[in-house]
Design a protein around this ligand. Structure first.
Ligand SMILES: *Cc1c(COP(=O)(O)O)cnc(C)c1O
Length: 507
């Protein structure tokens, strides 16, 4: 289709078909008898073989497996990788996701044989180094958050939230208080209401004010003794810091409630302020965002939860303890909400996170917050002449624009996002947060250099001009990607998860 549209009047395509641009599946590459590797004869007599591998378990044909050469395989995966977008390629400004560069040093460290070859079922005495790593990471996170203890178990931010809310519930049960509601501002991350509901609470939404922050009078009205907790995203999804957080904590605590802080975007204030000092009782962090463990495509993740004194007894089991006999896994925790994951956390992510923390040091970590905020504000300045900025409150690590100026000529946020791909950038997060119509949520992260930011601003400003002068150009984008516009709803509702050989396609 794109070939056709770029054809010249003489019928020659501006973009001749290149065979590898749309690589076939490995199954389709299969040619009968083609080999990837030739193995020497087994050297075991047929009679002995019968004893080792009885007929019943032996395969007689390889039907359905692709027969391909080594070079077929290598080319196949290299071709696929060229259709990917990664932070190693260019700016990846996906708001709220913190797609920053992951240092290669982390990868070196996690592949050290002592880490890479250990198994969670080994006896504790043989994995003392691993337990020491858990302990050291917990101590670092305690220092950074100002809270009392940290569970490293949760395997994602959303699971951290769920674990946090289960602990809130357990603590209130212990007090003998059956509270029913959790307050959540409309500027919270979308997973917050789901986590509260999963933990058995009814969610009450609070509306943000014209500054994009929580309205204290509203909170005062809503905060009753029926409310278990307030779940506050800090900074909120507008990239705005709740500057009244001390007062917010006071109001919540005055009615016996607990303050949950969604600290997935800790990178915005790490090393600057500590949640424990702001009155937060329970907080989750996303190691895969702030602490540079690779993520994307749904995993892996790591969402440790830090708690103040009151919630310590309820932390998931086990916790790693340090004592005279070395490091131990403590399962003897009668008030614990229990085990929340098989084995103990996403070990590889934890190794990378500690490598990152140690590599950066305390001052280095404070610098990441400074640079993340500086970069977001640099983009804000560069773009505010071309795009509508719904909230003028100071920006932390990300900034939210809208398509309000472009919709006049029929160009929407989706069109702008698609057009950015033609300029070689991953689009920002779109239509989120939901309290902003046509949102474009941009998070450059601290690993973007000034040159990256300048070329992104240039691309976005060119698109704003195109939207005015040639709206249909933007509406038709993208033109340069392997596939053009997909039916996103259909892709989610009727995913095609299995390949069938052509002859069996309709069975
Ligand atoms: C990413 C994010 C989450 C969810 O984290 P997952 O690891 O994707 O489950 C929650 N809250 C905020 C503010 C986030 O940015």
């Amino acid at each position: 289709m794109s070939e056709q549209e770029t054809s010249s009047a003489t019928g020659h395509s501006q973009r001749p078909a290149i065979a590898w641009r749309n690589p076939p599946l490995l199954f389709e590459l299969s040619r009968e008898g083609r080999l990837g590797v030739e193995l020497p004869p087994v050297g075991v007599a047929e009679s002995a073989l019968e004893e080792l591998l009885p007929e019943s378990v032996r395969r007689t044909d390889l039907a359905g497996l692709p027969e391909v050469s080594e070079v077929d395989v290598i080319r196949h995966f290299i071709r696929l990788s060229r259709r990917n977008y990664t932070p190693e390629l260019s700016l990846y400004p996906l708001g709220s996701c913190t797609m920053k560069y992951n240092p290669r040093l982390n990868e070196e460290v996690v592949r050290l044989p002592g880490f890479a070859n250990s198994h969670p079922l080994q006896p504790i005495s043989t994995v003392q180094g691993n337990l020491e790593l858990f302990w050291a990471l917990e101590q670092a996170l305690i220092q950074l958050t100002g809270l009392s203890r940290v569970s490293l178990s949760p395997a994602a931010g959303a699971q951290g939230e769920f674990v946090g809310m289960l602990m809130v519930r357990a603590a209130l049960d212990k007090r003998g208080e059956g509270r029913r509601y959790v307050l959540i501002p409309d500027s919270a991350h979308g997973t917050n209401p789901a986590s509260a509901a999963f933990a058995g609470y009814q969610v009450k939404e609070l509306l943000s004010n014209e500054h994009g922050t929580l309205d204290l009078e509203d909170l005062e009205r809503a905060m009753t003794e029926e409310v278990a907790a307030l779940m506050l995203t800090v900074p909120n999804t507008l990239g705005v810091f709740e500057d009244q957080i001390l007062e917010i904590a006071r109001i919540v605590h005055s009615k016996g409630g607990l303050l949950y802080c969604d600290g997935a975007n800790f990178n915005a204030f790490i090393g600057k302020v500590r949640p424990g000092d702001m009155g937060v009782d329970v907080l989750h962090m996303n190691l895969h965002k702030t602490f540079t463990t690779p993520h994307g495509g749904g995993g892996p993740g790591s969402g440790p939860v830090a708690v103040g004194e009151e919630l310590v007894p309820f932390l998931p089991a086990p916790l790693v303890n340090s004592g005279a006999d070395g490091f131990t896994l403590d399962f003897d925790r009668p008030d614990s909400i229990g085990r929340v994951r098989s084995f103990h956390g996403q070990f590889g992510m934890l190794v990378r996170a500690l490598a990152y923390i140690v590599g950066m040091g305390g001052e280095g970590l404070a610098k990441i917050a400074e640079n993340a905020v500086l970069n977001a504000n640099y983009l804000r300045k560069g773009l505010e002449g071309s795009y509508h900025l719904p909230y003028t409150t100071p920006t932390l690590h990300e900034v939210v624009f809208t398509d309000k100026r472009q919709t006049a000529s029929g160009v929407t946020t989706l069109d702008i996002a698609k057009r950015l791909m033609d300029y070689g950038f991953h689009p920002p997060t779109i239509y989120f947060p939901i309290n902003v119509s046509g949102a474009l949520m941009i998070e450059p992260t601290e690993t973007a250099a000034k040159e990256d930011l300048d070329s992104f601003v240039e691309a976005m400003c060119s698109i704003a001009i195109e939207a005015e002068e040639a709206p249909e150009l933007v509406q038709g984008a993208p033109y340069t990607t392997p596939v053009r516009r997909c039916d996103e709803a259909l892709a989610a509702r009727k995913p095609v998860l299995r390949w069938h050989p052509p002859e069996a396609a309709d069975s």
